[in-house]
Design a protein around this ligand. Structure first.
Ligand code: PMP
Length: 464
């Protein structure tokens, strides 16, 4: 990976912040040296790479996280949106102690699993659900189910959307403008080495928020189209709201083509009580759940119409996994859905999130800092770009170096302001308090005047 993530040592206008970061995080520097003896870059997800070295964490509670040097941070990454419940919610901790003492994997189905499935089906308005562990495996199953149900192969995804790192959808994620080609007919650019071209033979890429272009691409392959998959709010290029009518248009397009509409709700299922359908009023055929539903434990699932999900059959349509629906994650999801991510708690968190977004907007205006905030409810993103981000091509104009300056300066002030990278967003949890939002905004206000001086040339795009 040649791509740099972070300001490193040679950042103009940022030397003081980088020097301070290094002074505060000597333990992380040492942890990095130890870790990279065994593991390249010292991390187990490329998204955790940070230059000059990643932060290594030791513990976390509520809205706070501590690194190995003992520095405390107010956490607004919340593990890339996986922790809407907050770190180690006391209700969850009590339930998990009991669970750990009574079996952590059975190799049989547990009696509690049915309750979690009932909660998911009612909350997200689906007939059936099949559980697994990560967003990656669940989007892969959703695709397979759609192909099996339609007897077709083609999957259309959107440029800039990410659905996990399995081969078929590792395309058109962060392509350079040059490789991506015509904005209205994007090339299918592989996002990793090690993929066979065949793996993406039936993957098509369209521009998000451009219904006419998407229709043209899908209709040119009308007989092949098994499904359209999308993040209803793309959150791997910041925080991009769908234009009014876009989701409705995709619904109608899928109906015309006889293809399935798949909402990858790995992130959105934790942003609104009832997920994207509640927010936008559009019902897809399949929904993929992940991250927040487990309260910090790895559980995911595909939900949807029974005609599609009931196609799963031993020896016919495969769905399997040793750790699928293990009692640890099932108990975690049960407690999280029933007792922690309640409609009331999520409404409270959304109000705080809106206050954070508004606070950023005001500070940017007061301090005359060239930046934009895109937000709704518990999540949002600060971007340094000449115009709002509506799709991948507009994201390509983001000033990546300036963002890393902002991020480093905020870490130095004890706030993890968003998840790692300008393509991410902040997430508030039900354990965040009004004072946490105020502290976050004070830290931003304290460093905002530095932003124009951060000049670091840095690409966001893939290095292959
Ligand atoms: N879908 C979306 C929308 C995601 O944001 C992610 C991860 N950030 C995934 C799928 C993959 O999930 P996981 O990392 O749990 O495999």
């Amino acid at each position: 990976m040649k791509e740099r993530r972070g300001p490193g040592g040679a950042a103009r206008g940022l030397e003081d912040e980088v020097a301070l970061f290094k002074k505060r995080t000597r333990g992380s520097a040492r942890a990095y040296e130890r870790a990279r003896r065994w593991t390249v870059y010292g991390v187990h997800s490329n998204y955790r790479v940070l230059d000059p070295y990643p932060l290594y964490a030791r513990r976390a509670k509520g809205a706070r996280i501590w690194d190995v040097d003992g520095n405390a941070y107010l956490d607004f990454s919340m593990a890339f949106g996986a922790l809407v419940a907050g770190h180690s919610h006391p209700t969850l901790v009590a339930a998990m102690r009991e669970r750990v003492a009574n079996g952590t994997i059975f190799g049989f189905e547990g009696e509690e699993t049915e309750k979690v499935c009932g909660l998911l089906c009612k909350r997200f308005r689906v007939d059936r659900v099949k559980l697994s562990n990560t967003g990656m495996d669940a989007t892969m199953y959703a695709m397979r189910f759609a192909r099996a149900a339609t007897g077709r192969k083609g999957i259309l995804k959107f440029e800039g959307c990410y659905h996990g790192s399995h081969d078929a959808l590792m395309a058109g994620i962060k392509p350079t403008r040059e490789k991506a080609g015509d904005p209205r007919r994007p090339n299918v650019v592989p996002a990793s080495t090690g993929l066979t071209p065949g793996a993406q033979e039936f993957t098509y890429v369209a521009p998000f928020n451009d219904l006419a272009a998407t229709e043209a691409i899908a209709e040119a392959r009308a007989d092949e189209m098994a499904a359209i998959i999308l993040e209803p709010i793309p959150m791997n290029m910041g925080f991009v709201l769908p234009r009014p009518g876009f989701l409705e248009g995709l619904r109608a397009l899928c109906d015309r083509l006889g293809a399935l509409l798949i909402f990858d709700e790995v992130k959105t299922c934790g942003k609104f009580y009832g997920g994207a359908e509640e927010a936008f009023g559009v019902r897809p055929d399949l929904k993929v759940f992940g991250k927040a539903i487990g309260g910090g434990y790895p559980i995911s699932g595909v939900g949807g119409r029974k005609e599609v999900l009931d196609g799963v059959e031993p020896g016919v349509l495969s769905h399997a996994g040793t750790f699928n629906a293990n009692p640890l994650v099932v108990t975690a999801a049960h407690v999280t859905l029933e007792k922690i991510l309640t409609a009331k708690a999520m409404k409270g968190a959304a109000r705080l999130g809106d206050a954070l977004g508004k606070g950023y907007t005001d500070i940017l205006a007061d301090r005359r800092v060239p930046g934009l905030v895109q937000y709704r409810g518990i999540s949002g993103a600060l971007v340094f770009a000449p115009r709002p981000i509506t799709d991948w091509r507009s994201f390509l104009d983001v000033d990546v170096g300036r963002w890393w300056g902002y991020y480093t300066a905020m870490l130095n002030r004890g706030v993890v302001p968003m998840a790692l990278g300008p393509d991410e967003q902040w997430t508030l949890s039900v354990q965040h308090a009004k004072t946490d939002v105020e502290t976050h905004l004070e830290a931003f206000d304290g460093m905002a005047a530095e932003i124009p001086a951060f000049r670091v040339e840095m690409p966001i795009v893939e290095a292959i």
